[in-house]
Design a protein around this ligand. Sequence first.
Ligand code: F3S
Length: 390
Amino acid sequence: MFLDPEDEKILSGEKGETRQRMMELLVALGKVFGAEYLVRIKSAQVSGASYKTIGEHGLAWLSSLDARAVVPSVLNPIGMPRGRWEEMGIDPDFAAKQQEVIAAYERLGVRLECTCTPYYLHETSFGDHLAWSESSAVSYANSVLGARTNREGGPGALAAALVGKTPFYGLHLEKNRRPDVIVEITSGDKNWSIAHYGALGYHAGKLVGNKIPYFRGIKPDPDQMKALGAAMAATGAVALYHIDNITPEAKKIGYNLSGLEVISIEPAEIEHLFTEITVDAVAVGCPHCSPGELNRIAQLLEGKTVSMPLYIFTSQGVIDQNLKTVSSIERSGARVYADTCMVVSPVMERYPAIMVNSGKALAYVPDMCGAVARIGSIEECIAVATSQSS
Ligand code: F3S
């Protein structure tokens, strides 16, 4: 693998032991995947931030590092809202450990913006090379924005943050971004909610596995694409998809689809996922809510009071830009929390059944929270959360 003089200096240890270890990791990754060189990245998004997922071993590893990020770098959601963990009912011992993880990342120059939707806070453009690790963020960056990132593991993304480069292989190469299966949504009611697109992703991810699907027959908006991609990355390993006439590469490149396998999905195959069960809590914001989603929730909650816990998850940056909307939501008794989410926070483990509007959460909540999950639209989620109030 070709390394330029600056890379060689880092590898020799001239720029410190941590950077040397990080460069060794990047070179090893590059060799495994056949990268010819390292490409400069615009930003990094680092997973492995919740103490619930990395534990003591991960914390010890982070604490052993000593360098600063050289490109804008943010964190994936952590196990608690930094400013409101007591109110959320987080165990003080867990909070103390989570603070240690955050402090370790802060020392490494990673911004304490803990979100799976960094694209709402930092401009990410067509053709940008990135080293992002959260699967829904990777899917959105590649598919909706036309940026280029592999699905990095936490250490790989952190190494890229500290070095400013990542191995040039996989989805960084145009030739690896071509679709290899067509997913045709047959006629039917396509007036779908965000949750329907999440359910479509839940179903399609199981069918396409790690292929790059090219969808025909749907016209999702960006929030719906966010839900579609997040769910496909959860039940499959889809890091990039295209949608006919919608996503930037489908429009700009105009792929030749002849000879590709075609998978047909009927709307009825999605509908059966919307089973009604009694739930103990409702959680919205997987991936983290956009300003538009917060507005819709505020409208639906106007004049209502929640009758069960209603959690809304988003980033601190989106909260800061939408303070009136957030306080309007919270007047109902719902809580809008930053930095964390329904899957990585231990708090959600106290509920036996949780309603979500996300195909990804539908896939993850049973294993990660030990709860039964029900999916419904935002409208249905709010109706359930306020069902005994007028
Ligand atoms: Fe984001 Fe947590 Fe869902 S990290 S995509 S809100 S599982």
